[in-house]
Design a protein around this ligand. Structure first.
Ligand code: ADP
Ligand code: MG
Length: 258
């Protein structure tokens, strides 16, 4: 049995996922060890969001394994009938992999502070005082400590996304999963979110980042995965992948994004 402290935070082995007849992931394997930043790039529809959502079991998959800190997800049934067998395991994995979405998904009827405090209190059952102190610390960390009493609609997109990151951090997760965190933002606001992500990478956070921002992927990643139609077409260290792409598809993709 692997020591959980040594095992990768997330390991996906040969994952297959279909929506009905549509095969979206056709045997994909990725690993994020503690402190790794893994970026997923590829054209729209290549399966990036689906892969990310499979990591924290927001989506079912039909074949292949998902391991969290060396612990395999236990399944019930097989193929199109396969589901996670243990709701407690699902909850433990999901609460340890905080997801940050393109559209922020803040609750409009709660203040920024309430948004950040909600899940640690109501999902994890942590004490309110402790959670509030942590929430204020994380809001400061992402540079919006002065916005704690504001409503989401009163914040810019960049501030809302930073609030969503603080909300993810306040769960004290093992890893953060980002799905195009800067795609909904104007270029000048994009940079304030990129800076927060760079700071998190520098402090050794484990992250999987789906992004169209090749500069950020180049600058923050330990490993970059290029997905094409549900398969890994090429992967490697950012300097190799961006500096000397081997596959023609990746070369074409990089030309189309620059
Ligand atoms: P990406 O994030 O790389 O743009 P997605 O993972 O969102 O790609 O989608 C991969 C494919 O799966 C696309 O063809 C998309 O239309 C399809 N798809 C995504 N979500 C669903 C769904 N809930 N039901 C059916 N098809 C879906
Ligand atoms: Mg997507």
């Amino acid at each position: 049995m692997t020591d959980p402290a040594q095992a990768p935070v997330i390991e996906i082995r040969d994952l297959h996922k279909a929506y009905g007849e549509l095969e979206v992931l056709k045997g994909v394997s990725i690993t994020a060890k503690r402190g790794d930043v893994v970026s997923l790039i590829g054209s729209s529809g290549s399966g990036k969001s689906t892969l990310l959502r499979c990591c924290n079991l927001l989506e079912d998959s039909q074949q292949g394994e998902i391991l969290f800190k060396g612990e395999p997800v236990r399944w019930h049934g097989s193929g199109h009938h396969r589901r996670p067998a243990d709701p407690k395991q699902v909850l433990r994995i999901r609460t340890n992999l905080s997801m940050v979405f393109q559209q922020f998904n803040l609750w409009a009827h709660m203040t920024i502070l309430q948004n950040v405090m909600e899940a640690p209190i109501h999902v994890l059952g942590r004490p309110r005082d402790e959670v509030e102190a942590a929430a204020r610390r994380y809001l400061d960390k992402v540079g919006i400590g002065d916005k704690s009493d504001a409503w989401p609609a009163q914040l810019s997109g960049g501030q809302q996304q930073r609030a969503a990151i603080a909300r993810g951090l306040c769960m004290e997760p093992e890893a953060l999963l980002f799905d195009e965190p800067t795609s909904a933002l104007d270029p000048e606001l994009e940079q304030e979110v990129v800076k927060v992500i760079k700071d998190l990478a520098a402090e050794g956070r484990t992250m999987i980042i789906v992004t169209h921002d090749m500069k950020m992927a180049h600058d923050v990643s330990d490993h970059v995965v290029f997905l094409h139609k549900g398969l890994i077409e090429e992967e490697g260290a950012p300097a190799e992948l961006f500096g000397a792409p081997k596959s023609e598809r990746l070369q074409g993709f990089l030309r189309s994004t620059s």
